[in-house]
Design a protein. Structure first.
Length: 458
């Protein structure tokens, strides 16, 4: 693909830092850079070899805007596959903006979000799965998410998907060739071999899907909602888990009325914790709204931390909360174990199937058990994916599930004695689904949607 225009953007964070990078990419990148870059020895960047760095200044209308290093990269061996110049200037927000503005005034246009990576994809420098991994590396919330994203960026997911797709395309081509020229190519006796190949490819897909839910949670983080009655210790739990006084803690019931959100890591697992208003019957309109929000958050939570005050007997509101979490992944915390307890673990276990932990936000009793319970609940007590390819994208999971469905239709057609051209139709459906992961059969709308979610300058 050839782009006629040249784009530019700041590729580093818009905050004071040691260095700021302005990336210029496109057919006129070197020419535009030479209009603003002055080298003490009069060197022109357009005349320099690829992968070289040059000292100089960015100057416009006789005014020196900054002292910079210019990095020259030439097509097709650059990130975008195009001629590229990166101007490394001082990391002040104003300095980088002034350099970018000078570049734009001299012929470049502002890059759209993700446009550099989009050009890399369109120019064959990476496939769609690898391009998505770029943002996953940037936004990784924990070590496991980072490792899996780096593997995806290196092509581990793409290689696996392409191998499966290649095998399916081979079978499709064989069927269609035999249908087009039955005199020279026969499908007699082919059914057993065909069934074996398709079953094997389904097994490969099933292996990828096996850890997909864990991989997605690992990447996105668990939406974790803290619920309980007022003054049960919900906000104290948030403060304990975050290690900071994020929530106001008082003896006044109903202090928390809105949703408080915090992101923490527990044993490598990222939790997006939401502290909610205490659930109780109230005549206060604002508190009623807070309670309604709390109930809504529970509906799509990955994990619910249900806090009970073990120093007071259970009441109607406690039972309402237990009904609310029925059938959901929840952990019951019998808080305030440092006080005289009147509610036992056995009493709670008679009312729920969720794990029950005696807990104290004051002396941290039960904290280790809470962490290990979360780990076991979602990752079976271990987060070691070894060198296996790990699916961490909902989009990829859905595409694999669609491919698996299509292959199921193929095998059913074989079992039902349907003509071979029916096999071919569903085979192509599976290939199309897999191709959406790597981009080989992704439409323009899907490509645009994916790259529009990227940050500016990437």
């Amino acid at each position: 693909m050839a782009n006629e225009d040249t784009i530019a953007a700041i590729s580093t964070a818009m905050a004071p830092s040691g260095i700021g990078i302005i990336r210029i990419s496109g057919p006129s990148a070197l020419e535009i850079a030479d209009r603003v870059f002055i080298n003490p020895k009069g060197k022109k960047l357009a005349e320099q070899k690829a992968y070289t760095v040059h000292y100089g200044h960015v100057v416009e209308e006789g005014e020196c805007l900054d002292e910079v290093l210019a990095v020259v990269m030439r097509a097709p061996h650059s990130y975008t596959g195009e001629d590229t110049v990166e101007l490394d200037c001082h990391g002040g927000v104003l300095a980088t903006k002034k350099v970018l503005e000078a570049v734009l005034r001299n012929g470049a246009r502002t890059a759209e979000p993700g446009e550099f990576s989009k050009r890399a994809f369109l120019n064959g420098r990476m496939d769609l799965s690898q391009a998505e991994a770029v943002m996953k590396v940037i936004s990784a919330k924990n070590e496991y998410a980072l490792k899996s994203s780096v593997r995806q960026l290196s092509g581990s997911v793409s290689e696996k998907i392409r191998t499966i797709r290649k095998n399916l395309l081979h079978e499709t081509a064989r069927i269609e060739a035999a249908l087009d020229d039955p005199e020279h190519m026969s499908l007699e006796g082919y059914e057993s071999q065909f069934r074996s190949v398709i079953s094997d490819q389904r097994d490969q897909i099933d292996r990828l899907l096996k850890h997909a839910d864990s991989g997605i949670l690992m990447q996105e983080g668990l939406k974790t909602v803290i619920i309980g009655k007022p003054n049960a210790g919900k906000s104290s739990l948030l403060n304990l888990l975050s290690g900071e006084d994020k929530a106001i803690v008082t003896d006044i019931a109903g202090t928390t009325r809105d949703i408080l959100e915090e992101q923490i890591n527990i044993r490598g697992v990222t939790l997006r914790i939401l502290d909610t208003a205490g659930i109780r019957n109230s005549d206060d309109i604002i508190e009623q709204i807070g309670v309604k929000k709390a109930v809504e958050q529970v509906q799509d939570a990955d994990l619910i931390l249900c806090v009970f005050d073990s120093s007071v007997p259970l009441d109607e509101n406690d039972r309402k909360i237990l009904n609310l979490i029925r059938g959901k992944k929840a952990i019951i915390l019998l808080n305030k174990s440092d006080l005289d307890s009147v509610v036992s673990e056995n009493e709670i276990r008679e009312l729920t199937e969720s794990p029950v932990i005696t807990f104290s936000t004051r002396n941290k009793a039960g904290l280790d058990l809470l962490e290990s319970t979360i780990e076991k609940m979602f990752f079976h007590g271990q987060l070691q994916f070894n060198d296996e390819v790990c699916i961490t994208s909902i989009r990829h999971k859905q595409a694999l599930e669609e491919a698996d469905r299509q292959l199921g239709y193929v095998l059913k057609s074989v079992d039902d004695g349907m003509p071979e051209d029916f096999w071919s139709i569903d085979l192509m459906g599976a290939c199309d689904a897999l191709g959406k992961i790597t981009g080989e059969s992704a439409g323009e709308d899907l490509v645009n949607e994916i790259f529009s979610s990227f940050c500016m300058g990437k």
